[in-house]
Design a protein around this ligand. Sequence first.
Ligand SMILES: Cc1cc2nc3c(=O)[nH]c(=O)nc-3n(C[C@H](O)[C@H](O)[C@H](O)COP(=O)(O)OP(=O)(O)OC[C@H]3O[C@@H](n4cnc5c(N)ncnc54)[C@H](O)[C@@H]3O)c2cc1C
Length: 389
Amino acid sequence: MNNIGVLGKDCCGCTACEQICPKKCIIFKETNEGFMYPSVDEKVCINCGVCVKHCPIMTTPHSDGVKNVYAAKYNDRQTTIKSTSGGIFLAIAEKILNEGGIVFGCAYDENLVAKHISVESISELYKLQGSKYVQSDISGIYSKVKNELNSGRQVLFSGTGCQAAGLRSFLGKDYDNLLITDIVCHGVPSPKLFAGYIDYLGKKTRETITEFNLRSKTQHGWGCYYEYKGKTKSHYGNSDDDLYYNAFIKSKIMRESCYGCNFANCDRQGDITLADFWGIECINPKFYSKDGVSLVLVNTEKGQKLWKTLKNEIESIDSTIELAVKMNKNLAAPSSRPECRDTIYEGIDGDFDSYVAQKLYVKPSLKRKIKALVPVSLKGRIKYMLKKF
Ligand SMILES: Cc1cc2nc3c(=O)[nH]c(=O)nc-3n(C[C@H](O)[C@H](O)[C@H](O)COP(=O)(O)OP(=O)(O)OC[C@H]3O[C@@H](n4cnc5c(N)ncnc54)[C@H](O)[C@@H]3O)c2cc1C
């Protein structure tokens, strides 16, 4: 077979094939788990092989590896509160917008569905700030990026490694006016599970959930803390207290392709890669900030050029790729697939309360209860010490 249909569960869902198909005979359909996979209309398909050629899994775009590594934070600490780590994405995005460019990234819509959108003004950038721990809908976005590039406009695209690779594969060539930032990614859960969980929280709290932030800094600063809001009340806690968050951290609910991710390594697809600089409080305590510190990998000459223009907006110190890999395992390998992933999505279509109770709830062990009492910054120190010896 000369079309994308052979990919099966290895498909990362980037939709490059759907967007490139000259016959428009590929559509993405939702599986029971709630992930989107390509379906080819064999009656219309002419087996031209364009989808295979532009698939980032079948033909992974070339990368030269990492050139420079930094710990960095954006000087505008007020605004960085809404960012996940040190706000470096925001600093880069503001630079592009100030030069008349356009920024593509992931935002929640009014129903808390994660989607890639474009932003053209700084006042709208808050929509893209913050990690949404769910697979985003990126359909149609690569074509829009290409249109903007062809019009000569400066474009910033931000996404996961597979989405960045999908864009590179779709475009088939580099553009001087394109900058890509990718994130170090742990994996993505299904939008259906995410939506079901939000609904479940709404029923539990008897309020419609209007905001769901799994990296809130409002109460305890940078770490793994959630905050969700109804109309009258906000709820806070750490990753161990929330069933979805806990399952995400433990990699129980990822898309199948995430467990064999082609991009969980140092061959990065972005010109610049962003992540949390976990352990900075031990490596360089003076540089630690409770508002967050980013790990920044500068991977291309274009990335280096942009990075130099940020010197007044950010504070940074040099680091090494060895340290980055040591503190961020998804730079070395994909997340491990726990055995419970075999059954975790079963029952998702039935009563969601019992689904959550049976599949996501784990009786806390004594170890987990003790761990929950340890502040995240201290956990980082312990992790660093354990890795050192
Ligand atoms: C699903 C996921 C898993 C991650 N796993 C890790 C990890 O294991 N280790 C680690 O160090 N960092 C991880 N990160 C990255 C980290 O959380 C921060 O995004 C990164 O440090 C950049 O922070 P920032 O403060 O510069 O920018 P932020 O303001 O946090 O935003 C960065 C960009 O992330 C993009 N983004 C947000 N959600 C999504 C999404 N669902 N899909 C695609 N793009 C998205 C937005 O477009 C935004 O442009 C993950 C992020 C996501 C979304």
